[in-house]
Design a binder for this molecule. Structure first.
Ligand code: NAD
Length: 503
């Protein structure tokens, strides 16, 4: 079946009306073969304003619904995702080009965060605090923050939204979502499933989820609008630099999940077979288009020749092809612009003395309109500027080190601070890497690669990655406001710090 009709039948089975994806101004192409798979309506400024107003009204009602009832809505949505996992996962594959396993994995991640958020809806705990005054009690309450704006990237078109939206809903917030202009179809499918979930929960008001399909200007409107209590934005560092000052100008709150430049240190004691498998998934998986993709390999000089030879042999065998073909491990880049960026990075690396292996264009029969590249492995003499930038493509730079201290310095000497890993069987090295003087990233792993996070942990990174945290642990606090409350039941009025004040 050609991709346009397959997309149309998937959208229909997910509950999206045809007029929503046929006939609008925003054209959607599949990276698999470049073919046109949808035309979506792109709203204007007035439509965005109206969506924010509806979401704000929804918030005013939803904030007073008991949190476990809010969790019930999320539980229902999770069950619909279970029922439609294959269809939505296939749509993710068609719209982003990620392989079937990863498309399904993305939907599973949504289901997992639904389960997490549903449990959380009975655990939005605050502290009680010992008061210094007799007959007083202090406590913290967590209240819904308001409307949460979610701006998302093309490479995780639905899971990252779900990390935000599921937490926001159980926390009592409403959501306005601006998906990537390259992946609006999966967003429409999520909205259709969510509307179905709402039908089973009488307290759910209209406007709990508003979707703004369109370009960057919608994200800018969210950043500027005071009714957006929290703006959670995922994408490139450039996007963060454009949006964060706008939110800051109105003293608003943002959660920023920006670019990464993730490394692995491979020590002399590493289990090389395990390390090789971990590197393959982390560097070549999702065609190098994960924020947590492994981009830098910092390898001890005593094992570098052996490891790099093993990797070159593996790189030669990686099946590059249509992501719908179950034997494929590496699908297409999102578009020809991404291919051009990869070529330019490889040329720059070569000019800086890098030895480039792989990276060629691959022609995939029947998918000539797609942009396919063999993953590249580039041995660099030093951590040149090109290595310090994030190129969103499958390029793994390898650098040799001689002392552990040098490896840590190289590791941290990039602007970004998202994910990191070390491969070692030396306990002291592992602990030093995880210590305050080790990796400076938000995610630090031992004997697994930097990508493929579970939803139970807080996800995010430091420095140019933006400092935000989403998903598990106590990331929910970012979607609520904290009220510190003091109750005086003493009948007297002692002041804190022993201050005497009275006539
Ligand atoms: P992108 O920055 O081009 O776009 C992301 C979103 O931001 C889109 O919705 C886009 O419309 C919007 N946007 C972009 N520039 C904007 C601007 N100047 N003003 C207002 N809105 C703007 O990113 P992408 O190409 O879709 O995704 C890849 C990037 O996202 C990579 O840098 C990757 O590392 C990063 N990413 C980070 C995480 C994370 O959790 N840290 C997760 C996924 C992707």
């Amino acid at each position: 079946m050609e991709l346009a009709s397959l997309t149309s039948s998937l959208l229909t089975s997910l509950g999206v009306a045809q007029e929503r994806f046929d006939g609008g101004d925003l054209v959607v192409h599949s990276p698999i073969d470049g073919s046109l798979i949808g035309r979506v309506g792109a709203g204007d400024k007035a439509a965005t304003e109206a969506a924010i107003a509806r979401a704000h009204d929804a918030f005013l009602a939803w904030r007073s619904v008991p949190a476990p009832r809010r969790g019930e809505l999320v539980r229902r949505f999770g069950n619909l995702l279970r029922d439609h996992k294959t269809d939505l996962g296939t749509l993710v594959t068609i719209e982003t080009g990620k392989i079937r396993q990863e498309g399904l994995g993305e939907v599973q991640e949504m289901i997992d965060i639904c389960d997490f958020a549903c449990g959380l809806s009975r655990q939005l705990y605050g502290l009680t605090i010992a008061s210094e005054r007799p007959g007083h009690r202090m406590m913290e309450q967590w209240h819904p923050a308001g409307v949460v704006g979610v701006v998302s990237a093309f490479n995780f078109p639905v899971a990252v939204w779900a990390w935000n939206a599921m937490l926001a809903w159980v926390c009592g917030d409403s959501v306005v979502w601006k998906p990537s202009e390259r992946t609006p179809l999966t967003a429409l499918a999520c909205r259709a499933l969510f509307e179905r979930a709402c039908r089973g929960v009488s307290e759910a008001p209209a406007g709990l989820l508003e979707v703004l399909t369109g370009g960057r200007e919608h994200a800018a409107l969210l950043a500027d609008d005071r009714r957006i209590a929290v703006l959670s934005a995922t994408g490139s560092c450039d996007m963060g630099r454009a949006l964060a000052p706008r939110v800051a100008a109105r003293l608003g709150r943002s959660i920023l999940e920006l670019g990464g430049n993730n490394a692995a240190i491979v020590c002399p004691s590493a289990d090389l077979a395990l390390t090789e498998r971990a590197i393959l998934f982390a560097a070549a998986g999702t065609a190098g288009q994960r924020c947590t993709t492994l981009r830098r390999l910092i390898v001890h000089e005593s094992i570098a020749d052996t490891l790099l030879e093993r990797l070159r042999a593996a790189w030669r065998r990686i099946p590059v092809g249509s992501p719908l073909d179950t034997s494929t491990l590496v699908g297409p880049l999102i578009d020809s612009g991404a291919g051009a960026a990869m070529d330019a990075a490889l040329a720059e690396a070569k000019a800086a003395g890098g030895k480039v292996f792989g990276g060629e264009t691959v022609t995939v029969r029947g998918c000539e309109g797609g942009c396919y590249r063999r993953p590249a492995l580039v041995e660099m003499p030093a951590q040149h500027d090109i290595v310090r930038r994030e190129t969103f493509a499958p390029i793994l730079y390898a650098i040799r080190y001689s002392s552990f201290e040098e490896a840590i310095v190289l590791h941290n000497d990039v602007p970004q601070g998202l994910a990191s890993s070390i491969f070692t069987r030396d306990l002291a090295e592992a602990e030093r890497f995880l210590s305050a003087a080790g990796s400076d990233c938000g995610i630090a792993n031992v004997n697994i690669g930097p990508s493929g996070a579970e939803i139970g942990g807080a996800f995010g990174g430091e420095k140019d990655t933006g400092g935000g945290r989403e998903s598990g642990s106590d990331a929910w606090k970012g979607y609520m406001r904290r009220a510190t409350c003091t109750i005086n039941y003493s009948g007297a009025l002692p002041l804190a710090q022993g201050i005497r004040f009275g006539l």
